[in-house]
Design a protein around this ligand. Structure first.
Ligand code: FAD
Length: 357
């Protein structure tokens, strides 16, 4: 028996890196031309900046939608791409993109998922969103063991002393969810005002009033450990002089996310000011078979708008079709009149239309 099991690589025509609005629309444009896709995003959900940074804000410049909430736009895109059965691989960053001798690419993720693909679309926006880390001496010794930036399984924290840092939805949701199951729980936030849902904040205040947890207005300034095991933290209160020690087997810091170009910069593609240079005829990068659309690319006149990214996805789809099937004659078809496109969309009356690319 081999000591470690490596799952076989998934074979797919195109891998899309990034599930923001533009990566999602790429599924649609490739699907219309009969191509199958797998989409990978480092976040646990699709939507990119729309979902992560401004889900409740209205957008006013999407054609034919006078006003559309940012999360609503993502929900509508997901509905629109449904007929194409793309596979979604979320919560994993694409860390490796390597050309293979026969013109294909090997793509691998932080979760060990591997793909063999004929083309790659990088729709990585402003990069991978990374959690903002605690900046404290010696914190790296505990990260992943007792200092966490996301919660995978709540059960591992039951019966323990917990310290939660932050004032947004994640911090407050986990405070309320874990409080009753912990030995002790301290929430620390630098202000008395929270960005989380008011109902959750009210619940947290009830738990404090009932003596089930404590809230400290201040910030963590040091860790306390014993024999390489986290024991607690030192908090400096906002009055500027009080410090207090709190017990902590685990610290969860929810300070939000920040974008990082990350592995995209290491794939040997031509960059200009941290963006990928592309040919505007088909949005191919400096490496044939690798395309870049949306906020991640640059070209003369580039505007980082969702609308521009949608246009780029349409042209990239034709570029990818030509790359994968160079012998195929390309012509423009309308969804209103094309039986083959309607069949792919699941709306056509003519089920006999052939589904060649
Ligand atoms: C507050 C705000 C308001 C805005 N309002 C508007 C507006 O009104 N109209 C408008 O047109 N635009 C607006 N924008 C800009 C718009 O949101 C962006 O242009 C758009 O999100 C770009 O889409 P994208 O798909 O290219 O990238 P993103 O939305 O940035 O998505 C990229 C995705 O790629 C993922 N990713 C990156 N690297 C990797 C990797 N290595 N592996 C796996 N996944 C990876 C990221 O996690 C992310 O989910 C606004 C932006 C902000 C911040």
């Amino acid at each position: 028996m081999p000591e470690s099991f490596e799952a076989p690589a998934i074979s797919v025509e195109t891998v899309i890196i990034g599930g923001g609005p533009v990566g999602l629309f790429q599924i649609f444009e490739l699907g219309l031309l009969g191509m199958r896709t797998a989409l990978v995003d480092s976040l646990a959900q699709v939507g990119g900046q729309c979902t992560e940074l401004y889900p409740d804000k209205p957008i006013y410049d999407i054609p034919a939608l006078p006003v559309c909430g940012a999360q609503e736009l993502i929900d509508r895109l997901l509905e629109q791409v449904k007929p194409f059965n793309a596979s979604f691989h979320l919560g994993q960053e694409v860390t490796e993109l390597k050309p293979l001798p026969e013109g294909k690419f090997h793509v691998a993720t932080s979760a060990g998922t591997r793909f063999i693909t004929g083309a790659v679309v990088i729709a990585a926006g402003v990069g991978s969103f990374q959690p903002r880390r605690l900046v404290l001496d010696g914190v790296d010794r505990f990260e992943g063991r007792s200092v966490h930036y996301r919660v995978k399984s709540a059960a591992e924290f039951h019966g323990q002393d917990l310290l939660i840092c932050g004032g947004g939805d994640s911090a407050l949701d986990w405070t309320v969810a874990l409080c009753e199951h912990s030995r002790s729980l301290t929430l620390v936030h630098r202000r008395a005002e929270f960005r989380a849902a008011p109902a959750t904040v009210a619940r947290m205040r009830e738990l404090v009033a009932a003596g089930k947890m404590q809230f400290v207005e201040g910030q963590v300034v040091a860790l306390r450990s014993e024999h390489d095991k986290l024991r607690g933290a030192v908090i400096k209160a906002n009055d500027g002089h009080t410090t207090l020690q709190v017990p902590a087997d685990h610290i969860m810091a929810f300070y939000g996310l920040h974008p990082k170009l990350g592995p995209v910069a290491e794939w040997g593609l031509e960059l200009e000011k941290k963006a990928l240079k592309v040919n505007t005829a088909n949005f191919e990068t400096s490496v044939p078979g690798i395309f870049a659309i949306g906020d991640i690319n640059t070209y003369p006149g580039k505007k980082k708008l969702i609308l521009s990214g949608f246009h780029e996805a349409a042209l990239a789809a034709f570029g990818i079709q030509h790359h994968l099937f160079p012998e195929k004659r390309q012509f423009l078809q309308y969804t209103t009149t094309s039986p083959i496109m309607q069949k792919r969309l699941g709306v056509g009356a003519d089920s006999s239309a052939s589904d060649a690319h």
